[in-house]
Design a protein around this ligand. Structure first.
Ligand SMILES: *[C@@H]1O[C@H](CO)[C@@H](O)[C@H](O)[C@H]1NC(C)=O
Ligand SMILES: *[C@@H]1O[C@H](CO)[C@@H](O)[C@H](O)[C@H]1NC(C)=O
Ligand SMILES: *[C@@H]1O[C@H](CO)[C@@H](O)[C@H](O)[C@H]1NC(C)=O
Ligand SMILES: *[C@@H]1O[C@H](CO)[C@@H](O)[C@H](O)[C@H]1NC(C)=O
Ligand SMILES: *[C@@H]1O[C@H](CO)[C@@H](O)[C@H](O)[C@H]1NC(C)=O
Length: 387
């Protein structure tokens, strides 16, 4: 009996408790949501009201707006360690005016460019001191790009900023490339939309809207103002770091976990970051929406996912006069996903599209050098032992 009485009393008591507790929880959760909402508004409102339109640069940087001297091109090399094609670049820079260019290298942390690691004195000590460890396809790749732009912005004479890899070669001599880039008031950024793209993660919203999500080659050439936008960006980069990640490869040891992992958004930050950032800032009218760096994609792999594509590596045999001429003669690019044909121009002058090409082996680069494409051929460069 007493047991029954007890149980009959308990529900009455606990109902009141539960109701009371319920209200407390509702109030607490509401408060917490309010605080969270407030924090989020604080986080996003400032850059959303005036994205980079403020005249003052966020970081201390030489005020270069009044610069009137000789414009320089900053060559920004994003490399693994050393520069395997330094002998070709040596010849390229030898035929330039020293006041017309500067060189910056992002290499492995601690790697120093000196007479023991490169045979071109143009590269001596040009490595960044604050470089980061880069894993291909990870966010630290765009961090490395940003460090290169930031360092190069310190020199007010740098007006164009060209990002290059360790397998890139120039297709012309310096003065041609200089006039082409300096003659254009716009940046060259390969940028397109792709309805089938699955790399956009809805969690990137509201900072990155799907409407502004872009794809394109990492190898860009920027005007100074756009390089500043990249370096000053404090809102888009953290979102990339969090939500644009490469899907890990299938690992048998993980068993069923693989299924979940393979459902994640597969994202390659460097193929989206600069183009998306510039689109978000409404700067696309200031771009030539194409790259100046040629890449050949292995056509036999077209049936596979785009992710499975690999850039073709040019060997000595693939870099004969006709093959190089074919690349240099290209004057338009077709963007399949947008049905857009981009006739190449620097400003309004129709020009051929490509100034640089990748990926070139040492043999292929030697062949370019021996044909005097980038400058006067210097035999002695070939006879010196490699570092
Ligand atoms: C550079 O190349 C261009 C075009 O290929 C050529 O017309 C020009 O004479 C070359 N300039 C030098 C200094 O070699
Ligand atoms: C260096 O810059 C000056 C001024 O812009 C230009 O006249 C000259 O042709 C450039 N030199 C080369 C080798 O491009
Ligand atoms: C680019 O083209 C515009 C319009 O045709 C012209 O006014 C401007 O001077 C050109 N800029 C350069 C750097 O040639
Ligand atoms: C475009 O590049 C070509 C080739 O270097 C150059 O002759 C021309 O002056 C450039 N166009 C403009 C508008 O400067
Ligand atoms: C192109 O891809 C196919 C299949 O993936 C491969 O067998 C072939 O060696 C590749 N060719 C080049 C030149 O990379």
């Amino acid at each position: 009996m007493s047991k029954k009485a007890q149980t009959s009393v308990k529900p009455g008591l606990s109902m009141r408790h539960v109701l009371c507790l319920g209200w407390k929880i509702v109030i607490l959760v509401s408060l917490a949501l309010c605080v969270l909402a407030f924090i989020r508004i604080q986080q996003y409102s400032e850059p959303m009201i005036s994205p980079y339109s403020t005249a003052l640069p966020r970081r201390s940087r030489v005020l270069a707006d009044q610069f009137t001297g000789n414009p320089k091109i900053a060559f920004l090399f994003l490399v693994r360690r050393n520069m395997p094609l330094d002998f070709l670049w040596e010849s390229f820079f030898e035929n330039a005016d020293k006041e017309n260019f500067s060189i910056y290298i992002h290499s492995e942390p601690g790697f120093v460019y000196d007479e023991t690691t490169t045979r071109s004195s143009f590269f001596y000590n040009q490595q960044l001191k604050n470089s980061v460890k880069v894993a291909w396809g990870e966010a630290n790749m765009i961090e490395a790009e940003r460090l290169l732009f930031e360092e190069a912005l310190q020199d007010p004479a740098n007006r164009r900023f060209v990002l290059l890899s360790d397998s890139c070669v120039p297709l012309y001599n310096f003065s041609y490339i200089y006039n082409y880039l300096v003659g254009s008031p716009r940046s060259f950024v390969d940028s397109f939309t792709d309805k089938k793209d699955e790399r956009y993660n809805p969690k990137m919203s509201p900072v990155i809207s799907k409407r502004n999500w872009r794809k394109g080659s990492q190898w860009v050439a920027l005007i100074r103002r756009h390089a500043e936008v990249v370096v000053d960006d404090e809102t888009v980069f953290p979102v990339f770091r969090k939500f644009c990640k490469r899907r890990p490869p299938v690992d048998p040891a993980r068993g069923k976990k693989n299924l979940k992992l393979q459902k994640q958004h597969n994202c390659i930050p460097d193929e989206h970051y600069v183009q998306t950032l510039l689109a978000l800032n409404d700067l696309e009218s200031e771009l030539e929406r194409r790259t100046v760096t040629y890449t050949s994609w292995n056509q036999s792999a077209t049936k596979m996912e785009h992710e499975a594509w690999h850039p073709f590596t040019f060997s000595y045999a693939d870099s004969g006069p006709q093959q190089i001429k074919n690349i240099k003669d290209i004057n338009h690019v077709y963007y399949e996903t947008e049905f857009r044909t981009e006739w190449c121009s620097n400003n309004s002058t129709l020009v051929t599209c490509f100034l640089f090409a990748r990926k070139f082996s040492r043999g292929a680069a030697m062949r370019l050098l021996s044909r005097g494409i980038v400058g006067n051929f210097d035999v002695s460069a070939l006879l010196e032992p490699p570092p």
